[in-house]
Design a protein around this ligand. Sequence first.
Ligand code: HEM
Length: 343
Amino acid sequence: MTIQFRNETFRNDFTYANSPGNIPRFPFPFPEDVYMYSTNVEPHHATRAGSPFEHAFDVDEHYVAEMKDRALVLADDPGRCQALPHMETAGWDFVELVMVSKARDYPDLFELTIDGDRWHWINKPLQIDDTFIFGDSSALPCHPMEYIGRQVQGDHAILDQRDGNLWLDAGIITAQADWSLDFDVGMNFFEWHAPVPLAHELGVFQRALKFLLSLPQGQPSRRLNWTLTVNPRLDTSPENYPKWGPDRTTVTPENIGEKIHLRVELQTFWRLPRSNAILFPIRTYLMAMNEVVTQPKWGRRLHRVMRDLRPELVEYKGLSRYHPILVEWLSQFDDGAPTSPGI
Ligand code: HEM
């Protein structure tokens, strides 16, 4: 196999780390020295061999460990995976999209053989070898969305489209940045985005919804979103706030480089063929500050972005407690040199 999967944890002893070769492929999310919300959606074209944008669904060294963490979350709280009854066809669309893409993009890791309705799927990293009738959910151990969602990095929401809106009617969400599927399920695009500051007034959500409603099949799109997390913890859900909220009080100038992680979401948007639903993968990448600043242009830019971040975003993203010491710590990596647009 071409990828060496790391044996690591996202909880308790937090052994998660990026190997040196993995650091340059991190999707650093800041094309400028300042950050503000925008309708930053672009075509999800294959770009840059080796980057997270090369393939439809990026598989990296954290794949196996992330799937283990997902299984732990689901065992603890089955409510992290929910699908309203009309979303079963969309679940099968999701199965098809992932299996076809992964078998095409990573033939050494995944194999798919299709013989009419009879599908044979081999997932080597997770040691899965299954044969099933496509479209027959009784042939799977669980809902098709859960079956494939346990085999693909990132959270996945599936949006039903009706009445000129998108409805969050299904999802497998175990690695979220402080939002709850259980709370949001059944809501529409404006309802689940209601807590976000400033973006509504800027028209970001009206434009984004208009774009998504006419998303064509076969032309996926993507955007990056980001926040910060204390420790490399994937599951920062409201449900588990008592477990991770207090971590924010543990940050000091001495440990900030290893504790604070830049958390980047590669979000993609896919029109699904049978259901006309939209699949919304939210693929999370974590990188410790000590790793980020190994790339001088990232350290320099991150200092400027954090220093000038609007207070509303500092508050909404939950950074208030340690934001001042982070800015101070990052300042040592900013030599004041001018930066050019782009990443
Ligand atoms: C935040 C879901 C598409 C922009 C969020 C939140 C959720 C969410 C659950 C957290 C809200 C909270 O605080 O409870 C989704 C889903 C989408 C989608 C399911 C798929 C259709 C988009 C698009 C844009 C966008 C297309 C803009 C172009 C944002 C922004 C935030 C946000 C700016 C705040 C993030 C932050 O500051 O960390 N989204 N979103 N979303 N969303 Fe979306």
